[in-house]
Design a protein around this ligand. Structure first.
Ligand code: SF4
Length: 275
């Protein structure tokens, strides 16, 4: 069990499979503040969920193990992923996000309410930069950095298939750089700023054959959706672009294997030196 940042790094780096990584991560206690919060929320519960058993632990990545598209979020919600055990499941952000993924042919259902609800991602995988629910949805920089090896290890295991990464919000955008660097990607200098619809094409250790398109998207948080900062049409536009670049999506009934087609990544809008 990881009880320190150093142990997180050691245990994450030595995980040889996604299943092993999930098992190691699921008992992590390296961030005292987040461990206390996730367990307190799970014990107290909200009134509407008082009969439910909360997950109350780190929330693992979820979806296709050969994903063409990686969706990177911030952290589980206290009564969402921290309750259901599945990222973006059982909260308002997930309601908006999964509706868009379904419209774009990336999820078999328009809703994601509970683990075991029949939902399935198509050619996509979903992960959080920080795996435990933070108070007021705000992890500290130290907590982000402590959790980073879990994210880097997960990306290393799926990187051979990933062609597009959608970062939901600036926190995820910032978290993507160390994850990509650790996987051997050449990073631009200066780092491009986060923006909705922003794109950066990155070259991995395999050269042009291993390019990944990084896409920015406003986080579908309640604050952003209530204020209209991000709308369903805006989410659809980003995920539509991701589908086009990754060679996946389209009709939900498109069938398995559709995501294995050529990536078809378009030219990046950003160009600059790499580091
Ligand atoms: S946030 Fe990450 S590193 Fe911190 S306790 Fe949770 S799983 Fe462990």
């Amino acid at each position: 069990m990881a009880a320190s940042a150093a142990r997180v790094a050691t245990l994450a780096a030595a995980a040889g499979s996604l299943a092993e990584l999930t098992a190691r991560q699921s008992v992590c206690r390296a961030c005292p503040r987040l461990v206390g919060w996730r367990e307190q929320v799970a014990a107290v519960k909200r009134p509407s969920s008082r009969t439910e058993r909360y997950w109350g632990r780190p929330v693992p990545g979820w979806g296709d193990e050969d994903a063409r598209l990686l969706i990177l979020g911030l952290a589980p919600a206290a009564h969402g992923g921290n309750r259901t055990g599945r990222i973006f499941t059982g909260d308002r952000s997930g309601d908006v996000l999964f509706a868009s993924l379904h419209r774009c042919g990336l999820a078999v259902l328009p809703t994601s309410t509970a683990a075991g609800d029949g939902q399935r991602l198509i050619g996509a995988r979903m992960v959080a930069a920080v795996r435990c629910a933070p108070p007021v949805n705000k992890p500290s920089v130290t907590e982000r950095d402590t959790c980073a090896p879990w994210l880097a290890a997960e990306f290393a295991l799926i990187a051979p298939s990933v062609g597009v990464i959608v970062c939901l919000g600036g926190f995820a955008w910032q978290s993507a750089w160390p994850m990509l660097r650790s996987a051997g990607f050449a990073l631009p200098r200066p780092r491009p700023k986060f923006g909705h619809g922003g794109e950066v094409l990155l070259t991995g250790p395999g050269g042009p054959e291993g390019q990944v398109l990084l896409l920015g998207c406003y986080h579908p948080s309640q604050q952003n959706t209530f204020t209209g900062r991000v709308t369903p049409a805006m989410l659809d536009a980003v995920f539509g672009r991701a589908c086009q670049a990754a060679g996946i999506g389209g009709a939900v009934s498109g069938g398995p294997g559709a995501h294995r087609s050529a990536p078809g990544v378009a030219p990046a809008r950003w160009a600059g030196a790499t580091h």
